[in-house]
Design a protein around this ligand. Structure first.
Ligand code: REX
Length: 399
């Protein structure tokens, strides 16, 4: 077993603390070395662009790289620490998909069966399958588009609200569907609310119990919680600051909220360590059968070039040609990137404690290049990328 070496590269405000140790690369011998200085530079840029704080952790074989910048709490001025918990937003979708794929392994669910087989009458179209829902190809409208059209008033209107999943689905069904079942990728939180309803119907338990029994406890994710409809983040955590739409308006502390508007689409709380453990376990084949992991990794094109979506799992093709697998998250006050290499041996989780700030979001994306491409971020001209998985699944695009 590889010995664990810890590398701390903490940045408080713009002041660099000294590195305590310089790691040798501990992952696959062919993988580029982690560029921790690059990660720290990205975290500092996010601060300059309006994030109060930012942090990242890379787990590479037995080696841990940590970096943090700025503050976790603007009130007290407490520095961001890489162990601070935070809201992971849509990275929750990967947890939800794993639970459902485990249920497929247990023969309790069929990916190509209509959702209505398990939840009779829920959806207005019997052609919408479980697979369509998990791949954002159902055509179910994303009710959050309307909910958060005005960022701060939209948030304050739901901050303390408790929805039933059926109420959220009803909001979606009040709008036309975006595409015929299976015909196109169209990102929608509605899909993963439906996924949560499937979990509850098939197991007879709340999603919280299933996350705990199937993922949190087996992987010993001691920073990971589903507290819905509770509003607080347990233990030491970063506060999250929502950026208003009006330039120059003060940030809104959004830390406390039910996240009931997202539930199984985005309400989990976690840490960078736990997210790395989770993705390494998933991609390392330790959470589902190989067959179900392969289903999660049947990529179809999603929005934006160099990206694919499987089942609750995103693929991003980096500038050096390496592809990474995981999810992004955006809930009020927090942006998250959680991605791992194909074999799960290297994982990165990076967070900024602000949201509704596209500049910060784009900047934080660059932590992926530093973590997985090292200093070499461009594939040589004319050379094919080293790793690509554009595994079209024709059966999924029937309409
Ligand atoms: C909600 C609005 C965005 C946030 C959303 N979040 O759909 C889900 C998520 C749960 O994490 N999605 C990410 C708000 C992107 C993903 O799947 O990768 N924005 C904010 C507004 C805009 O209110 N008017 O930025 O905090």
């Amino acid at each position: 077993m590889a010995s664990a070496r810890v590398v701390v590269g903490a940045v408080a405000g713009a002041v660099l603390l000294p590195l305590l140790a310089v790691p040798a690369h501990a992952g696959s011998p062919t993988a580029p070395a982690v560029d921790l200085a690059g990660v720290r530079g990205v975290l500092r840029s996010a601060l300059a662009q309006g994030a109060p704080g930012s942090m990242a952790r890379i787990d590479d074989g037995g080696t841990v790289y940590r970096a943090a910048a700025g503050v976790a709490d603007r009130g007290s001025g407490r520095a961001m620490g890489d162990a601070d918990r935070f809201r992971i937003g849509s990275v929750t979708k990967t947890f939800t998909a794993v639970v459902l794929l485990q249920l497929v392994d247990e023969k309790k669910l069929s990916l190509d069966a209509p959702v209505n087989r398990y939840l009779p009458g829920l959806l207005p179209d019997d052609r919408i399958t479980v697979r369509h829902v998990l791949g954002h190809r159902s055509g179910l409208y994303d009710y959050t588009n309307d909910m958060f059209a005005k960022t701060v008033p939209g948030f304050e209107a739901v901050r303390k609200k408790v929805f039933t999943p059926r109420e959220l689905v009803k909001l979606s069904l009040g709008r036309p569907r975006t595409n015929a079942p299976g015909a196109a990728y169209s990102y929608s939180n509605t899909n993963f609310v439906v996924a949560g309803m499937l979990i509850e119907k098939l197991t007879g338990n709340p999603v919280r119990t299933e996350y705990e029994n199937r993922i949190i406890q087996p992987l010993k994710l001691s920073d990971t919680f589903y507290v819905h409809p509770g509003t607080k983040i347990p233990g030491r955590h970063a506060r999250g600051y929502l950026t208003p739409d009006q330039a120059g308006a003060p940030l809104v502390d959004a830390t406390e909220q039910t996240v009931s508007w997202a539930q199984s689409a985005g309400a989990l709380i976690s840490s960078t360590r736990d997210l790395n453990t989770f993705l390494s376990a998933l991609l390392g084949g330790r959470l589902t059968s190989a067959a179900q992991l392969a289903q999660m990794e049947r990529w179809l094109p999603s929005s934006g070039s160099g990206q694919g979506y499987g089942l609750g799992l995103r693929r991003r093709d980096l500038s050096c040609g390496i592809s990474v697998y995981g999810h992004t998250g955006a809930v009020q006050g927090f942006y998250t990137y959680a991605f791992a290499s194909k074999d799960g041996k290297r994982a990165l989780a990076a967070v900024a404690n602000t949201s509704n700030n596209g500049t910060v979001l784009n900047t934080m994306l660059r932590t992926l290049d530093s973590a997985f491409c090292g200093k070499t971020v461009r594939a040589p001209r004319g050379k094919a990328p080293v790793e690509r998985h554009e595994d079209m699944a024709p059966a999924l695009t029937l309409d």
